[in-house]
Design a binder for this molecule. Structure first.
Ligand SMILES: OC[C@H]1O[C@H](O[C@H]2O[C@H](CO)[C@@H](O)[C@H](O)[C@H]2O)[C@H](O)[C@@H](O)[C@@H]1O
Ligand code: CA
Length: 735
């Protein structure tokens, strides 16, 4: 006990103010773990035990006033969780959305008791950022069942860049991690998109994984309260079969590994972990996973990135492709392919581990199989140009979209057949009515969804015919990566086991790099012919039906630089001519305003068009500019994107969302297009952010220099930062 202001104050526990919530607010176990760790690290730090906080568990005498805590020491507050939460929300959340933001018009100050005075002396917590951090901390403490807490002031006014990075690395990734097995099926099985009257966990197991079928059947039998439905998938996955599952949507099983059960000393199965995007997307996605991996790797979570590569290999083996996502209704479509780059990045980090080369071998074999059987054959391959298109098979209305999504398209057909909207969808999906025009519409719509860019006026009603810059850049990258992997890691001769061959490549016993180098050269040549426009300094999609280059300006043009397909001259022209057309306040827009055209009631905004910006476009562009030596451009774009995210995080209660309106400086998270914005509807504290935006934040920080990071921490707009740096450089030059 110490004397302070006449009160006998109990000694205050010392905990790193920035420790993870489970340590900071956690149970006795985590406190004990912390104590052990602290002992291991420092003999001089004061020990911390549960008893230390017993003295704080009584009720707070409330007295307004004295602001006389000893200076020079970091301040700590003693706070009763429930009453303070109530008072805070009542006073400061004036628009009642359970968040404290710059749009609330409360007094923006609340007094809390100091820990040193046992809560008797009170000081003010002021301003939106600190008050919203207080709300977040109290919300999390309540989640941990805490009634009273000792809270470091440092946790409330933490540098926002450090706070957001810390949350992403230590909380958000955890909250987004899933594994499909008995321990997790209740969480992983949930599908916020489930449209049926009786949503329940359901798992489809491929016939090639009978062990898993037995495993899940036992779980279902032993845990009837789960209502887990276990179904063996047909060996022959056709569009009609997939449509027949429409009333029984379910998860598709993923890879499992064995682990030793400590108690029974027996081996048992556990799911290989993966990260979900967040919001309504609670499954393993194709290209989201790649983007997330970039962030996971810099967050020292290579294990999760590795897990996702292993799960992709499982998907290719059992479902024939990397799926849009592992739900039954996504069985016929894929997403933009990134497997080779992802595997190489993971390999780079694990190469000293004993199974690293085997990991790379499996990944490259799977990528080769995917290349031949998904992307380089019809219907996706255009035999005339040799370029590829997003063009998945499928049938009917995509059931995972929001009910109103196709209303304007389908209602005229329902009227024509004298049916209600619902009756018509049912009749069309079961082929009781035939509408060839609609078939064509949905073929393109499925292609749009396979492209990941759902939806955009660039792709609507035409996507299945487009040899897009994005897809062909990615396939070029596959070709050069595969060549390089075979040459460098497998002595230029990679044996292809029978299970990795396809009907078209059944006689290929081994692969060598030359054929892949040749393919890459050919693709570059064809893209130069079909997609490159030297006058406009950009690559454009090519319409294989009309046999002409399109004119929609898309940020995917920079993927040609990301993949290394653009020549240095093309890269210079793109930097000079194309970049200014896409660069906005918060980074790159997905497409230009001119290409999108006018929008209004009859022609609503599409989420992958101007003025929206998405994490994948930013991340790929940074790497693209760095690859060709345009460091200043890469840094500037990264800074602008991170500035926008940080500012929204500070002003809007820690918000991190799926996409941003990059032309909107004040509230860029406001996106009304299509299904709105994922990540906005949290209560009190954000728990998971959004997968690829989390990744872009920590990945982007790696690109910025220390000076930029500091400027970001003080929410300095790019122009102000740039002016300051230029002034400093000028004065140094003059000196
Ligand atoms: O349910 C509507 C659509 O939702 C997904 O698309 C969007 O979210 C995905 C996950 O973050 C992302 O990969 C995609 O780029 C987004 O446009 C889904 O992928 C679509 O197939 C689905 O129709
Ligand atoms: Ca509010």
């Amino acid at each position: 006990m110490t004397e302070r202001n006449g009160h006998r104050a109990p000694s205050i526990p010392i905990v790193d103010p920035y420790s993870n919530a489970d340590v900071y607010y956690g149970d006795g176990d985590s406190l004990a773990r912390l104590r052990d760790r602290r002992r291991a690290f420092s003999a001089t730090l004061q020990d911390f035990s549960r008893e230390d906080i017993q003295g704080y568990l009584g009720s707070t005498p409330s007295r307004r006033g004295s602001h006389d805590e000893p200076s020079g020491q970091p301040r700590k507050f003693r706070i009763e969780v429930d009453p303070t939460l109530d008072a805070l929300l009542k006073q400061e959340d004036t628009d009642s959305n359970m968040q404290i933001t710059i749009e609330d018009i409360g007094p923006k100050t609340i007094s809390v008791g100091t820990a040193g005075s046992s809560g008797i002396n009170r000081v003010d917590v002021r301003g939106t950022y600190m008050l919203s951090n207080l709300l977040q901390e109290l919300t999390i403490a309540k989640d941990y069942g805490r009634k009273t807490i000792i809270l470091d002031e440092a946790r409330l006014n933490e540098n926002p860049v450090s706070r957001l990075s810390r949350l992403i690395k230590h909380s958000f990734w955890k909250a987004l991690t899933r594994r499909i097995d008995g321990s997790n099926i209740e969480v992983a099985g949930k599908d916020p998109k489930d449209w049926t009257a009786d949503p329940r966990p359901r798992i489809y197991v491929p016939p090639g994984a009978p062990q898993q079928f037995e495993y899940y059947s036992n779980i279902a039998k032993n845990n009837p309260e789960l209502r887990l439905d276990v179904i063996m998938l047909d060996a022959n996955i056709t569009p009609d079969y997939v449509m027949s599952l429409v009333d029984k949507p379910g998860l598709l099983a993923l890879a499992m590994q064995t682990k030793l059960n400590d108690k029974t000393q027996e081996e048992e199965l556990e799911g290989v972990p993966f990260v979900v995007p967040g919001g309504r997307f609670n499954e393993l996605y194709g290209w989201d996973s790649y983007m997330e991996s970039l962030g996971l790797i810099v967050s020292d979570r290579v294990d999760l990135a590795k897990g996702m590569v292993i799960n992709f290999c499982f998907e290719i083996k059992h479902y024939g492709k990397i799926l849009n996502a592992n739900r039954s209704y996504y069985l016929t479509r894929s997403q933009p392919p990134f497997l080779t780059d992802m595997a190489l990045r993971v390999y780079e980090r694990i190469k000293t581990e004993p199974d690293a080369l085997e990991f790379l071998r499996n990944a490259v074999l799977a990528a080769i199989k995917e290349y031949y059987s998904v992307w380089a054959c019809e219907p996706r391959l255009d035999p005339v140009t040799g370029l590829s298109r997003y063009r998945p098979e499928g049938w009917g209305v995509p059931p995972e979209t929001e009910p109103s999504h196709f209303l304007h398209i389908l209602q005229p057909y329902a009227d024509k057949h004298g049916m209600t909207f619902k009756e018509f969808v049912e009749a069309y999906n079961t082929r009781k009515v035939a509408e060839p025009e609609l078939d064509e519409y949905f073929m393109h719509d499925r292609a749009v969804r396979e492209s990941g860019h759902d939806t955009s006026y660039r792709l609507e009603r035409v996507c299945g015919n487009l040899a897009t810059v994005d897809l062909n850049s990615l396939l070029y990258k596959y070709e050069v990566d595969i060549a390089r992997i075979i040459r460098i890691h497998f002595k230029d001769k990679l044996n292809i086991p029978v299970e990795f061959r396809t009907p078209l490549t059944k006689d290929i016993e081994f692969e060598s790099s030359a054929a892949w180098d040749r393919r890459a050269r050919k693709r570059k040549h064809r893209m130069d012919q079909c997609c490159w426009d030297a006058e406009r300094g950009m690559f454009f999609d090519y319409d294989t039906a009309k046999k002409e280059r399109t004119s929609y300006e898309t940020a995917t043009t920079f993927w040609a630089m990301w993949a290394g397909l653009a020549s240095p001259q093309q890269a210079a022209m793109m930097t000079e001519k194309a970049l200014p057309r896409f660069e906005a306040f918060g980074g790159l827009v997905s497409g230009t305003e001119e290409s999108r055209g006018p929008v209004g009631l009859e022609r609503p905004n599409r989420q992958w068009d101007y003025p929206y910006g998405w994490a994948p476009q930013q991340m790929l562009a940074w790497t693209a500019f760095l690859r060709y030596g345009y460091q200043e451009e890469a840094e500037r774009l990264a800074y602008k994107w991170l500035y926008m995210i940080t500012k929204a995080f500070v002003d809007f209660n820690g918000i991190v969302v799926e996409k941003y309106d990059v032309t909107r400086p004040i509230d860029p998270h406001r996106v009304d297009a299509e299904y709105g914005n994922q990540g906005t509807n949290f209560k009190g504290a954000p728990r998971e952010g959004f997968g690829w935006v989390n990744a872009s934040y920590v990945y982007g920080l790696e690109i910025l220099n220390a000076h930029m990071r500091r400027a970001l921490g003080t929410i300095t707009p790019y122009e102000t930062y740039k002016k300051a740096v230029s002034a400093q450089e000028a004065s140094e030059a003059a000196f």
